[in-house]
Design a protein around this ligand. Structure first.
Ligand code: NAD
Length: 273
């Protein structure tokens, strides 16, 4: 039986030599996770939608700041073959895909009786099925290497529900089931699989919601934040993308080797209620 030496658990660049795919990393939480993994020494494959010049600037900054290799892969994860291609391209380019972060996601808010079927299909495809297709493709090589880290970005809405978000909440509950199953299948092979469950996190997506809601309701930004967005979050504070990134790094480090099959809330106490 081998026990990891403490020095290895505390290395300054604990993920040096690892290759990490982060889906939906052109913005928000995914970009925060990509930055944190690069800061820990991992080479990064960025993925997501957005303006080509903006993405290239982000790619260049990440590579220069952290002295790691950073690629961009524009695979559309709404399609099953996009998720497969993202992993296959990474294996061809880098020879491995040690870390897979399934983060890309979309939302639609509507009462169930009006919920468009096409939105249901799109949310399930991106927020749940894309993770199945990418994990399915990356899992064999991870098993063979005897080391792998899979992190699924779920949500507090993977643990509890709110009205009008049927597809999102079904997908986020679903990804927690997928996480547990993959954890059991990887447990004897050095492959862990965990879910991070953020409450409200400060991203461009949320910033836009604040402005729009304040205008629509004729109330102040502070009212929107305190009484609408953070109503369920006892800390009354947004989590930052850096906090989510720090947790992802820990889960991917040697210190996280026995943590698997979990759903970790980063929600200021929301799901403790
Ligand atoms: P965001 O809109 O800032 O980022 C979403 C990312 O997904 C972007 O990079 C976007 O380009 C990418 N994407 C969208 N469609 C895609 C497609 N077809 N193929 C590939 N990539 C695609 O949102 P965010 O707030 O950073 O959310 C990221 C994840 O975190 C999502 O899964 C979301 O459900 C989850 N989450 C967010 C919050 C929050 O408060 N922001 C809370 C809980 C969970």
């Amino acid at each position: 039986m081998t026990v990891q030496p403490l020095a290895e658990l505390k290395a300054a660049a604990p993920l040096a030599g690892r290759v990490a795919i982060v889906t939906g990393s052109t913005s928000g939480i995914g970009l925060g996770i990509a930055r944190a993994l690069a800061d820990a020494g991992a080479d990064i494959v960025l993925n997501g939608l957005g303006d080509a010049n903006m993405i290239d600037t982000v790619r260049g900054q990440l590579a220069d700041t952290h002295s790691v290799r950073v690629d961009y892969n524009g695979a559309d994860l709404m399609q099953a073959d996009g998720a497969v291609r993202l992993v296959d391209d990474t294996l061809s380019r880098f020879g491995c895909a040690d870390i897979l972060v399934n983060n890309a996601g979309i939302q639609h808010v509507s009462p169930i009786e009006d919920f468009p079927a096409a939105k249901w299909d799109a949310i399930l495809a991106l927020n749940l099925s894309a993770a199945f297709h990418s994990i399915r493709t990356a899992f064999g090589p991870m098993k063979e290497a005897g080391w792998g880290r899979i992190v699924n970005v779920a949500s507090a809405h993977g643990l509890v529900a709110s009205p009008y978000k049927s597809a999102y909440i079904a997908a986020k509950h679903g990804i927690l089931g997928l996480t547990k199953t993959v954890a059991l299948e990887g447990a004897r092979h050095g492959v862990t699989c965990n879910a991070i469950c953020p409450g409200y996190v400060w991203t461009p997506l949320v910033e836009n919601q604040i402005e729009d809601t304040a205008k629509a309701r004729g109330i102040s930004r502070e009212d929107v934040i305190e009484n609408i967005l953070l109503a369920a979050q006892p800390s009354k504070k947004f989590a930052s993308v850096d906090e989510i990134g720090a947790l992802a790094v820990f889960l991917c480090s040697e210190g996280g080797q026995s943590i698997t099959g979990t759903a970790l809330p980063v929600d200021g106490g929301w799901t403790a209620q």
